[in-house]
Structures are given as C-alpha cells and as structure tokens.
Design a binder for this molecule. Structure first.
Ligand SMILES: Cc1cc2nc3c(=O)[nH]c(=O)nc-3n(C[C@H](O)[C@H](O)[C@H](O)COP(=O)(O)O)c2cc1C
Length: 457
C-alpha cells in the first residue's frame, strides 16, 4: 500500500514536539545559547510557537505525564531538566492568543483522567483557539503517574488500552452533545438553546457512566483532532479506528514503511480510508550548516551528560528494568517487554542490535534521543532524509524533536522549512483556518446530520 506516496503534489505535515523545558536532548539546556527556564517561562513557549507559525508548521505538540519521572532517584534526576513540567493546557491557551493558524496539541492520559473532563477541556481549547486543538491519546508511559492518583501501580497494558477504547468513545460522544446549530441565542424569542438539537449520551459501559450533555457547545472542529502515540497492537488498533494522526517512533526507513503500510491497511477494518489517518514519525535533529558542525554539536551535547543520568534515563525508557547487573561494555541484553512499555522496548532492542551498541552506548543514545530516529547533518542532508521517507511512503509528515531550545527551533523554522518548501514538499501558506482544514482532514458531521445520512434522508 502506497496511498501516502502516490500523489506528486502531496505536502508533508510538520509538527514541533516539545516536552517540559523543550530541550529534547538531556543536556540541551546546558548549551551556552539554550534556555534553562523554558518550562515555566511562557514567553519562551510563545516565541517558539510564533517562530514555527511564521514557518507555516502545522502544529505545536506538548508531550506530557502528570508526574515527574525518576523521583525515586532524585539525586540523579536533579542533574536533568526533566522535573520541570507545567500543565500543557494553560500553555496552549496562552499560545492560542498569540498565534492564528498553528495547531495546538497536548497529551492527556486515558488512564488517570475522566473522559467527561477531558472532553470539556479539549472542546474549550478548540473554542479558545478558533478550531486548532488536538488531543494526543496516551495510556501513559510514566509508571509513577499511578502514585499521584491513589493507586499502587500502573494498570496492566491490556487493561489500560481497554479503558482507552471506551474512554475515546465517551469523549467523542460528549463532543456530539449538540448539533452545530443548536444555539440560536435569539434575543427576540428568548430561545438560547434548541432542546431538540441537544443529545444525551447516556453511556453505561464497563469503565464509565456518563449521561451528558456537555457544558460546552459543539466546537469549531466538531471534534478536536485525535492523535494516538502507542505503537503496540492495541495502540495501532485505536489509531486505525479513531485517530486522525498516529505519532510513532521509527528508526529506519524499511521498518517505518512496514509500520506505515500496516497501520494504513488496518483502517479498512474500521470503515475508514487510509488517507483519514496521517502517520507522523518523530525525527530528532542535530542540524547545522555543515555535517561536521552538526557532529560537533552532537558530541558536545553528549559530553555534557553524566553516565548515571544516561543509565537512569535508559532504565526509565525500558520500563524500570534493573540494568545495574549488566556489563556496561557488552551488548544490551534481551529485555522483556513489560507493562509500562511494549513497542518502545522492542525499538530499543532493534536499534541496539542493528547498530551493534553496548549498554553504555545505548544509554548515551537514549539520553540524546530516546529511541527516535536521529539525523545528524547539514540542512540539505536532513531535508534529503525527510524527503526520502516521505517519497518512499514511510510518512505523511514528521514530528520534529528539537535537541535544544531555541537553537534547534530556529534551525527548523528558518532553514529546514524553507528548504523543504523550495523542494515543493512543504506548504507556502496555510490552507484553511482550523487544524483539520490545514491537515486536509474531514470535519465530523454533527449527530443529527449523521442520523439523517444513515436514514438516507
Ligand atoms: C511521538 C510520541 C509522543 C508520545 N508522547 C507521550 C506523552 O506525551 N506521554 C506519554 O505518557 N506517552 C507518550 N508516548 C508514549 C506512547 O503513548 C506509548 O506509551 C509508547 O509509544 C509505547 O506504546 P505501546 O504501549 O503501545 O507499546 C509518546 C510516543 C510517541 C512515539
């Protein structure tokens, strides 16, 4: 299946991935030109958002987990900026007021929230931003979140995804509480809402009982854009059934293409077309004017990571596996997939086998880039790589991870985006007003319109 690759005039979608202080490389915040207060400094978020909006990127995405990771070894974690993580929603609301076209995406967990709250928050963000909100559906990869929500441990993987399936349906149901024209707000007649255009969900499921209707009228996009970031079997099934975008971490073109084809071919099972789901792998860039400068930057950043920080990060990313018993200079041993992580453990093992990395080297790579695809090179080399993945049908676009802030964001906005545009691969102007319009995605019809269509009316 090459649905994505087929059209010659197809443009790639680009998102900027930020988390916490935004510096994705563990030592990004220590570079002389980097910010070390970006997590809390709202002006930094606004600057980043405005820079990528000037470059016409599709979206700012803020990854999230409710709890800071690694607090059981605070001495090590205190050498990183990872502890610093504001709630993305107020950040995005502030960014909404200072941008016009940029999509605003946030992770929110299906494991620790209630669907009614989430539906209300996301619909509100969609109103505040004039139709630019997106929700990244995750079941949560930070096991420590459980400890903040009156639980002893992270629920089992299968259970989390079962809850996630029902959660997403409730959220979509709450978003369908009102038809588009349910609110005449007619001063003359005194009718604010037409009750015949309001719908009670009356959901009674295994995990949730939600009556509806919502406190928020239907939002500009009907449904905010749905993103899904799990790449295990149940994660892929949620993507194929409901998501508009699948985020994924892929580290080689061949496997990325297999993943892309697999995901697109699943859509049919759920009555959807392959083009209804955009696949956007992550790409972590170490980019400079020349390849040797880019390599220097990468080496410099890596030299700023203490080994114990790298080992802690790898331990977390492998779901809490004890690595202390293994030889640092031997290949990473086979680690079983575990409750916190399934596909990401498999990705680490694949990278370490393919690149012949020792445990020490894998730990450094993990601190630099986790298991994301990493490109070290000049602007031209980076653009060549992205172009190859895009043209070969391994991606509809990319979720770009900045190694350091604001340096990598400036490179993306001022150099890479123009280079991709020059090649005809990236938009000249925003196509529409809402994120759905810019992504080329359909706006879901309201409930009454869907019911009439089903009756053939
Ligand atoms: C681009 C990308 C962004 C992600 N963002 C988050 C996030 O913000 N919060 C989170 O808990 N997990 C996040 N994840 C992790 C996934 O939700 C998921 O837990 C992980 O990919 C393992 O998937 P699996 O359990 O289906 O194997 C992200 C993954 C990817 C690839």
């Amino acid at each position: 299946m090459t649905s994505g690759a087929a059209k010659a005039d197809r443009k790639m979608k680009l998102s900027l991935f930020m988390t916490g202080d935004g510096n994705y490389h563990m030592a990004g915040w220590r570079l002389p030109g980097s910010t070390n207060d970006a997590g809390q400094n709202i002006q930094r978020w606004i600057d980043a958002a405005q820079a990528i909006e000037r470059a016409k990127l599709d979206m700012l995405f803020i990854a999230d987990a409710a709890s800071p990771p690694g607090t059981d070894d605070l001495a090590t974690q205190s050498l990183t900026a990872r502890i610093d993580r504001m709630d993305p929603i107020p950040i995005l609301a502030a960014v909404a007021m200072t941008t016009k076209n940029l999509g605003l995406a946030s992770t929110m967990s299906t494991t620790y929230l209630e669907p009614y709250n989430l539906a209300r928050t996301m619909a509100s963000l969609d109103h505040v931003s004039g139709g630019r909100a997106a929700w990244n559906i995750v079941t949560g990869s930070n096991k420590d979140d459980a400890l903040q929500f009156s639980r002893e441990s992270h629920a089992p993987h299968g259970e989390r995804y079962e809850r996630a399936e029902e959660f997403v349906d409730v959220v979509r149901g709450v978003w369908d509480s009102y038809d588009d024209d349910a609110f005449p707000r007619d001063k003359e007649s005194g009718v604010y809402l037409r009750p015949d255009k309001a719908h009670f969900l009356n959901h009674k499921g295994k995990h949730f009982r939600v009556r509806g209707p919502s406190a928020v009228p239907r939002s500009p996009q009907g449904h905010p854009v749905l993103i899904q970031a799990g790449s295990s079997e149940p994660g892929m099934n949620i993507s194929a059934r409901v998501a508009d975008i699948a985020f994924t971490s892929q580290s080689a073109l061949k496997t990325a293409k297999t993943f892309y084809d697999n995901l697109k071919s699943r859509c049919d099972r759920f009555g959807r077309r392959p083009e209804d789901l955009l696949v956007m792998p992550g790409a972590l860039l170490f980019m400079a004017d020349t390849e040797s400068e880019a390599q220097e930057k990468y080496d410099k950043l890596n030299s700023l990571i203490p080994l114990k920080v790298a080992m802690q990060r790898l331990t977390q990313n492998l779901g809490g596996v004890d690595l202390s018993k293994f030889d640092l200079d031997k290949p990473l041993p086979d680690i079983p997939t575990n409750n916190a992580r399934v596909s990401s453990v498999e990705s680490y093992l694949t990278i370490s086998r393919r690149e012949g990395l020792t445990l020490r080297q894998m730990a450094m790579r993990s601190a630099a880039a986790k298991h994301h695809w990493t490109i070290i090179g000049s602007v031209k080399q980076v653009a060549d790589e992205l172009e190859a993945w895009f043209r070969e049908g391994a991606a509809d676009g990319f979720n770009i991870l900045p190694s350091d802030v604001p340096g990598a964001i400036a490179g993306l906005a001022d150099k890479l985006a123009p280079e991709l545009r020059r090649r005809g691969l990236f938009r000249e102007e925003y196509e529409g007003k809402t994120l759905r319009e810019n992504l080329g995605l359909k706006r879901p019809a309201d409930l009454s319109t869907r019911a009439s269509a089903a009756r053939g009316a």
